[in-house]
Ligand binder design. Sequence first.
Ligand SMILES: Nc1ncnc2c1ncn2[C@@H]1O[C@H](COP(=O)(O)OP(=O)(O)OP(=O)(O)O)[C@@H](O)[C@H]1O
Length: 435
Amino acid sequence: MTDDIFDQMSSAISGVALARPVGRITQIAGGIVSIAGLSDAACVGDEVRVIGGTAGGEIVRTSGASIEALIDGTTEGLGLGSNVVLLPRTKFAPHASWIGRVIDPHGKPLDGRPLLPGTRAQPVSAAPPPASERRELGPRLSTGFAVFDTILPIVRGQRIGLFAGSGVGKSTLLSSLAKKVEADVIVIGLVGERGRELREFVEKSLGPDGMARSIIVAATSDRPAQVRRRCPQAATAVAEYFRDQGLHVLLLIDSVTRFAEAHREVAVAAGETANLRGHPASTPAAIAGLCERAGPGTENSGDITAIYTVLVAGSDMEEPVADMLRGVLDGHVVLDRNIAERGRYPAIDVTRSVSRSLPEAANKAENALIQHARRLLGTYAQSELMIQAGLYSTGSDSKIDEAIAAHDALDAFISAEGTHGVAGAFHLLQKALQT
Ligand SMILES: Nc1ncnc2c1ncn2[C@@H]1O[C@H](COP(=O)(O)OP(=O)(O)OP(=O)(O)O)[C@@H](O)[C@H]1O
């Protein structure tokens, strides 16, 4: 955190390569070009650029004397024999001065202002801390949302999924969490958003207050698949940098679905087949590898608390990416379109959401309140159609009567926001249950 600007400058200058290997294009097939003459120097994941043109690409396969690169954009204008230069490996070195900035997955600024890298390169695809050395999940965090402070607690080092269809309030909820959750630094990875959406998120949803403690790593939808795939990995590397400084980082990734789609594009170009419910066989490992890097740190480091969003069409939780992700996380929160349509935000369907930090994260009395609230919400949800259709007559079932009586108060409780803290939120829940 204390690098001198001169250290940063000399480190940046020392990374400049004076000589670069050059190869020649030998084949062009779809978006893939084969290049001869670079196989001794190049590794999978390295980048190349066509000399005299604008096309670049990432090496996705090496075979014998040839390497194959997935080209960014179009191969139009490329020909056999064109010279291709192997670019020096990008040094991705996060730094405290990146806070408040919007960067791309290679650590380059996207907000039009100069940005210096730090002095310590961070691997973009790092291994997670050894499981045996990791601490346990930490204490409950104050989130600014009554429902997350009680029924669906988020604890330090927890990794949760936010499952939502399009337009049900995911971005709004993420930006509120970025502004309100107790954390030292917020790192937000935005994959595949449109340029306009990125700007709106930074300027309107997050605003200057949210940006003051955030770093946004973004790869908009027009960026090549390999850059979009790198985006959440780079955001995680930034979070790891701050975790290793002993800080508590909140990492928000929007969305794992777009990460999985970008991974599929790259993997299929590299020769895999997408035969695992529409995804290549490497997708579950890619998702698990990404999410495992967040979580509690080791003895001398901080923690990464992470929220990953997943796009689910028609609230289909069996959809492949949702299914793969649920298995590796410590909880999931479902946003429901019907709830959003009746105007209750955040549109969390508590009955289908789970925080695996319970029951440890709450005491006995608090767990009893949570179970009571869940029972009432569950009973109401099961009978909702009947109640709405006017087919239920009061007095027929005391449990349904109780659920109907508490419904409006619980609904208001779920949308309550504020600075009540965890104790205050439980007090609100108790009041809602006494209605
Ligand atoms: N807390 C809120 N209070 C009031 N309205 C809200 C709230 N959250 C979301 N909305 C409404 O829902 C709309 C969509 O919200 P948002 O952009 O957050 O959804 P999204 O799921 O991120 O959408 P997309 O999938 O298109 O990115 C907003 O324009 C707003 O009208």
